[in-house]
Design a protein around this ligand. Structure first.
Ligand code: NAD
Length: 298
């Protein structure tokens, strides 16, 4: 039991389970979230509830955050008196969100002016991985900081130190998420075609999963959230759309063409328009179902 006090801002689908794992590991927590529903279960386990991000950062020296978008991260860290940057105790801020390299380097520079260290630590592995402590945690920060934070970050899963430059871990995360979304869109297209031709969806997914077309959507998202018709993988369409957009922006800035990525971005935009920003991103398959006039269930 470490007993060390940590701050945690944004305890939603990912941040919530990660915060619970820290409590399980013996850390004490001070939490803030705009949603009482999100903080309630942690407070019930003894976490201290703060009234603002700045209050969290006035209580804890190390603060973690898991927030939806780059704009919200910028606001929570830099925005006015309530911003984390105005905390009186904070020495290190760890961003577990997917925010892209642009915001990471901007916020890191502003924090450095106050002698506050910045750590990018975007994660991959979904809500299941967050609960089980099996996430991939991509970390960019100075090596001594990385070494000091290992006990905290290992609570979440397997660590990869991508380098010292702010934003580098974010680039790794965007590359992964663009590929994950591509797999989902392409698998939805292939499954809609197969089912329309008369194949049993369960048989087709089993074939794909022992053949060269297998991928994260065929092995995980389809069996878990599409074939049963639950569409509850736990990742919002708006967040996947945000990730692919950030990836394309970054690629464009560096002169790297992403033709496939551009098509995937549009499919996510269609899904968001059709089923709403909070819909599960596996609803991409439902768009294909509607277009093709089939149902992919098994
Ligand atoms: P979520 O919407 O479930 O959680 C975000 C939390 O932030 C919510 O509880 C919300 O109330 C809170 N919040 C929003 N605005 C706030 C503010 N101004 N101040 C304080 N709290 C605020 O989202 P999530 O799925 O947990 O994703 C969080 C981050 O993790 C995102 O950047 C996402 O891209 C990334 N991510 C998600 C997954 C996934 O599978 N869900 C996987 C890997 C990474």
């Amino acid at each position: 039991m470490t007993g060390q006090l940590l701050g945690f801002v944004g305890v939603g689908r990912m941040g919530g389970p990660m915060a619970h794992r820290l409590l399980d590991a013996g850390y004490r927590l001070c939490v803030y979230d705009v949603s009482e529903e999100a903080t309630g279960p942690l407070v019930a386990r003894g976490a201290q509830l703060a009234a603002s991000p700045a209050e969290v950062a006035s209580i804890a020296e190390v603060v973690l955050m898991s927030l939806p978008t780059p704009a919200i991260v910028r606001e929570v860290v830099l925005g006015g008196n309530a911003g984390i940057i105005n905390g009186s105790s904070i020495r290190t801020l760890i961003d577990l969100s997917t925010t892209g390299p642009g915001v990471a380097s901007e916020v890191a520079a502003r924090l450095a002016e106050r002698d506050i260290g910045w750590v990018d630590a975007p994660v991959s592995g979904g809500v299941t991985g967050a609960k089980a402590g099996t996430l991939a945690v991509m970390v960019s920060c100075p090596t001594p900081t990385y070494q000091a934070l290992q006990p905290v970050l290992k609570t979440f899963g397997k660590l990869f130190h991508t380098g010292e430059k702010p934003g580098l871990a974010q680039t790794a995360k965007l590359a992964n998420n663009m590929l994950a979304a591509t797999a989902l869109v392409a698998t939805s297209e292939a499954m809609a075609m197969g089912v329309k031709a008369g194949l049993d969806p369960k048989v087709l997914i089993d074939i794909i999963n022992v053949s060269s077309g297998r991928n994260s959507a065929s092995q995980d998202k389809f069996p878990r959230a599409v074939l049963p018709g639950t569409f509850d993988f736990g990742f919002a369409t708006a967040l996947s759309h945000k990730d692919v957009r950030l990836c394309l922006d970054e690629a464009q800035n560096m002169g790297v063409p992403m033709l496939v990525g551009a098509a995937v971005l549009e499919m996510l935009a269609v899904t968001k328009a059709r089923f709403g920003p909070d819909s599960d991103f596996t609803m991409v398959a439902k768009v294909l179902e509607e277009w093709a006039g089939v149902e992919i269930r098994g």
